[in-house]
Write a protein of this length. Structure first.
Lengths: 100, 294
């Protein structure tokens, strides 16, 4: 979700990413914003995203994250894996549904 | 795979520059909370309440930092560094105690190493000779005159043992001396030993060049032959292979070089008196001369 958000919105700080995830999910997913940071760190260490300091809309110093080339690749492969997984699950559910 | 490697590498770097990253993290999280707070203020919430809600939305700041830290570095490395720092603080605080502890460890380790190297060379490593278990050093005791101190062996006795004692396969008596070597440079005095012709076969030593002594060379008149150690041959005669067969000047006499023995070869001379000389020159033991040998 973080990768997708950064891919769609361009460079964002942590707050922006958290807000975006909440908005996209229509607030169905309400996350503790704090939990986002270890995830961002992990992605950065893996090289999927990069960060640099910038100035936020309220004129404060903030760290902006952007997706990298390898991050886009990772996003693509995870999207297709997710599609595959949901498709398989969906098939099972449909099969059961017809029998019942 | 590459992702994991890259991540591990970055975590290693993270462990090294923890301090700067710590302040970065605090600033980043703080800025996030301020953004949440300002958003709440925009919704017309009172400043105190806005602040409270911002913190609620963010979740535990300290727990976030904690899990961030665990991911940033390698916890194992961080803990190790912490322990080392703690240890050094402890040492600085109580120097006397630390000195005693370190000293006793040092003495313990040192003693252990020296005892082990002794046991290793004396008991564990076999002697560098053929069939060392059948090899004995022999001394003579004259209790009424010299008590229990072993003495050098009378060469006539050695000869008789070789003839009559059937338990002994071979007997080799030796006598050490020094030899003045005049050939191959400035004259020097080097440790020398007179040995019987059978010593080399008895100990299983093959010359690297030439031959060992033959029985006739133990006779007066044929005994002006010499075997050199490899180290002497290399250092003084530049490892010249044509040296074998040539004459060199030892103790103002001409001796023909007949062979070179390998550098590792040590004559087990002085076992009883616990001396350990490295002999460079070997000459035949002529039993016409009646002197005590070791």
């Amino acid at each position: 979700m973080v990768l997708k958000t950064l891919n769609a919105m361009g460079p964002q700080h942590g707050y922006g990413v958290a807000r975006r995830i909440e908005q996209t999910s229509d607030s169905l997913l309400s996350i503790n914003h704090g939990t986002l940071y270890p995830v961002l760190l992990k992605l950065e260490q893996e090289g999927a995203i990069a960060s640099e300091w910038g100035v936020s809309e309220n004129n404060r110093r903030a760290k902006f994250y952007r997706i990298t080339k390898s991050g886009r690749k990772q996003l693509e492969s995870e999207v297709s894996q997710w599609a595959q997984a949901t498709e398989i699950i969906a098939r099972f559910l449909v099969l059961k549904g017809t029998k019942v | 795979m590459i992702r994991t490697l890259r991540r591990t590498w970055n975590r290693l770097l993270g462990s090294l520059s923890a301090k700067r990253r710590e302040s970065d993290l605090a600033e980043e999280l703080d800025s996030h909370i301020q953004l949440l707070r300002e958003e709440n203020l925009r919704h017309g919430i009172s400043p105190d309440e806005a602040d409270r809600r911002a913190r609620l939305q963010f979740g535990g700041i300290e727990s976030t930092k904690e899990s961030y830290r665990d991911q940033r570095g390698l916890p194992f490395l961080d803990a190790l560094a912490q322990d080392v720092r703690y240890a050094f603080r402890g040492i600085r605080k109580d120097c006397g105690f630390a000195a005693v502890a370190i000293l006793s460890l040092a003495i313990g380790i040192g003693a252990n190493i020296s005892i082990f190297s002794l046991i290793n060379s004396v008991l564990l490593q076999p002697l560098a000779y053929k069939e060392p278990q059948r090899l004995f050093a022999v001394g003579e005791l004259l209790p009424h005159r010299f008590g229990q101190n072993p003495l050098g062996v009378n060469p006539v006795h050695a000869q008789e043992w070789a003839k009559q004692c059937r338990l002994l396969e071979q007997v080799a008596a030796m006598r050490s001396s020094r030899a003045d070597l005049a050939s191959g440079g400035v004259p020097v005095s080097v440790p020398s030993v007179d040995v019987p012709h059978n010593l080399f076969t008895l100990l299983g030593v093959e010359p690297i060049l030439g031959r060992t002594f033959i029985p006739e060379e133990e006779q007066e008149g044929h005994h002006r032959v010499v075997i050199l150690s490899e180290s002497l041959w290399r250092s003084r005669f530049s490892a010249d292979p044509s040296l074998v067969g040539r004459s060199i000047l030892i103790d103002r006499q001409n001796y023909e070089v007949v062979g070179i023995v390998p550098a590792w070869f040590r004559v087990p001379y002085g076992v009883m008196s616990a001396t350990n000389t490295r002999f460079e020159i070997f000459r035949p033991l002529v039993l016409g001369e009646m002197r005590s040998v070791g």
